[in-house]
Design a protein around this ligand. Structure first.
Ligand SMILES: C[S@@+](CC[C@H](N)C(=O)[O-])C[C@H]1O[C@@H](n2cnc3c(N)ncnc32)[C@H](O)[C@@H]1O
Length: 225
């Protein structure tokens, strides 16, 4: 990777943040409610890293499905921060219906409305590529993590293959599958990070480094303070 591309990854993107409001947020919440098994599987994978009663933050939880599953499974004290007012309302309603106690609040990943050194674990799924100030968002994760804490970013990898997306969408239905494939191949691919790009960004952040793990369509970036 050249210095130019390295710096490009850290540059603020040309928008304030892809906050999803109103109808779009409602549509996304209804669509992703169908992926509840995927959220449950992810929660089971995160659970061994989270002890009962510890403080956990989800950044950009959207409708809050993953936060709800993680809180249920682990008994942690869960907080969620999202830039979208509509998603905060939907997520609080979903938590109330699920009977779990989670504080979802409005805020920007690049300027978290939270004190320093407060969280044992942070996660952020399917959202990091949308952040307009990615380096500031990583530095904010570092600020609010307790020393010894860990953060995990789960997102789409830019270099996914067409076959990987076909496999991912094969059970999503004819129309929804086509819409998802089109969105992945256009808007999401444009914003997504390559494995090298996300590793370089982690290296430039206050974390100093990160551990990138790959699957056919996504990456996990593990960060430790
Ligand atoms: C595609 S949704 C993902 C939601 C959820 N994490 C999931 O896995 O379904 C992207 C989320 O990022 C949020 N978002 C975008 N920019 C943000 C920012 N700068 N700070 C906080 N949240 C942001 C959006 O409002 C939205 O909830």
């Amino acid at each position: 990777m050249t210095p130019e591309t390295t710096n490009a990854a850290a540059q603020p993107k040309g928008y304030r943040g892809i906050g999803m409001e109103g109808f779009i947020a409602g549509w996304y919440a209804r669509q992703t409610a169908k992926d509840i098994d995927e959220f449950k599987n992810t929660a089971r994978r995160l659970a061994p890293h989270i002890k009962r009663g510890t403080c956990v933050l989800e950044i950009a939880p959207g409708p809050g499905y993953l936060a709800i599953e993680v809180a249920r499974l682990t008994g942690c004290r869960m907080v969620g921060v999202d830039i979208s007012r509509t998603f905060i309302r939907i997520a609080n309603e979903n938590a109330r219906k699920a009977g779990v106690d989670i504080a979802f609040d409005e805020g920007d990943a690049a300027d978290l409305p939270l004190p320093a050194n407060g969280f044992d674990f942070i996660f952020c799924r399917a959202a990091f590529k949308n952040f307009s100030q990615p380096l500031a968002a990583l530095d904010e994760m570092h600020r609010v993590l307790k020393p010894g804490g860990a953060a995990l970013i789960i997102d789409l990898r830019k270099d996914f293959s067409p076959q990987a997306i076909r496999d991912y969408t094969k059970d999503k239905g004819l129309i929804n599958g086509s819409i998802i494939r089109m969105t992945f191949n256009t808007m999401l691919k444009t914003r997504a990070y390559t494995p090298e790009g996300i590793a370089q960004l982690a290296a430039q952040s206050r974390f100093g480094q990160g551990d990138v793990r790959l699957d056919p369509i996504g990456f996990e970036l593990w960060l430790r303070k």
